[in-house]
Ligand binder design. Structure first.
Ligand code: SF4
Ligand code: SF4
Length: 295
């Protein structure tokens, strides 16, 4: 089984345009939407949910009013000001740290696991999609990414599917680390701006740290050819394979509005042709079979 993660230094660089197109081009792949804070693969793939799983990523303190002697110790020690004047717990402020359970003299407080979101397995027009939703105000998206990836792996094994395409979160934080560990290759989608170059270097350092083979593609490269050249030079100097340069193409936005990938919406557009070429180059580099490459 091969796992390919698509990353970007920040949101809005065209990462999902590329990964949704890969999902279509791969013909037989499991797609894992690991951008769990802002999931959007479902917008392009119109999933039909076949399985829903609870994600319990955090804890909540519960006070048993019949035991509480109203000593106020929990309220004084809670650093998150989550305990109200009436000695109840505000679920939006409680971080589940457990300090109150330690200080309570009558053991009136227990920590309960709470549902922080859901993981879904869906069927889409491209094949299987594993995606998730984090409840508002919930953190722990790294743990949720791990759960999405685990489900994607089990599903790929069950269905005898050889490729997992991961739409990773932007940046280099905890959910990104959870998205890249153990994958075969990481494609970084970057844009030709100064901040894009800076972000690209950070993501490449992360991939190097986790021993993930890096590929780079420059999206909308013709909006600033000088900066695009700087990216190409940097990659050349550091032995990083640039698999493509996607031109700016208004059809990409039209495709998103139509809730389609650019490959479906306008297969003859310059952007679509370059994304197909990028997919074929990655397949060639990774030695993926004929069934996946050669479009
Ligand atoms: S678990 Fe922590 S955050 Fe929640 S109420 Fe207790 S002390 Fe406060
Ligand atoms: S520490 Fe325990 S007994 Fe004291 S106010 Fe809090 S819940 Fe009630």
């Amino acid at each position: 089984m091969r796992q390919i993660v698509v990353l970007s230094g920040k949101g809005g660089t065209g990462k999902t345009t590329v990964s949704a197109s890969f999902a279509l081009l791969a013909k037989k792949a499991v797609v894992a939407d690991c951008d769990v804070d802002v999931p959007d693969m479902h917008l392009l793939s119109h999933p039909e949910i076949v399985k829903k799983q609870e994600f319990r990523g955090s804890k909540l303190a519960i006070i048993d009013g019949s035991k509480c002697i109203k000593c106020g110790l929990c309220q004084r020690e809670c650093r998150f000001e989550a305990i109200t004047q009436n000695f109840t717990v505000d679920p939006f402020s409680c971080e589940g740290c457990g300090v109150c359970t330690v200080v309570c003299p009558v053991n009136a407080i227990t920590l309960m696991e709470r549902i922080s979101g859901y993981v879904y397995i869906s069927k889409t027009k491209y094949g299987f999609l594993v995606h998730a939703r984090l409840n508002p105000g919930e953190a722990n998206s790294g743990k949720l990414v791990t759960m999405v990836r685990l489900n994607a792996k089990l599903l790929a094994e069950e269905e005898n599917i050889e490729i997992i395409i991961i739409d990773g979160p932007p940046g280099i934080g905890c959910p990104v680390i959870a998205s890249v560990t153990g994958v075969d290759a990481g494609l970084v989608v970057t844009e030709p701006t100064m901040s894009g170059i800076h972000d690209l270097k950070r993501v490449l350092r992360l991939l190097a740290h986790f021993n993930v083979r890096p590929f780079v593609c420059v999206n909308m490269y013709d909006l600033n050819v000088n900066n695009a050249e700087k990216i190409l030079d940097f990659c050349k100097e550091n032995g990083i394979k640039v698999v493509g340069k996607i031109p700016f193409d208004a059809k990409v936005t039209e495709a998103m509005v139509a809730e389609k990938t650019i490959i479906e919406y306008s297969p003859e557009s310059d952007a679509a042709k370059e994304i197909v070429a990028i997919w074929n180059r990655i397949c060639e580099e990774l030695g993926l079979g004929e069934a996946s490459a050669k479009h």
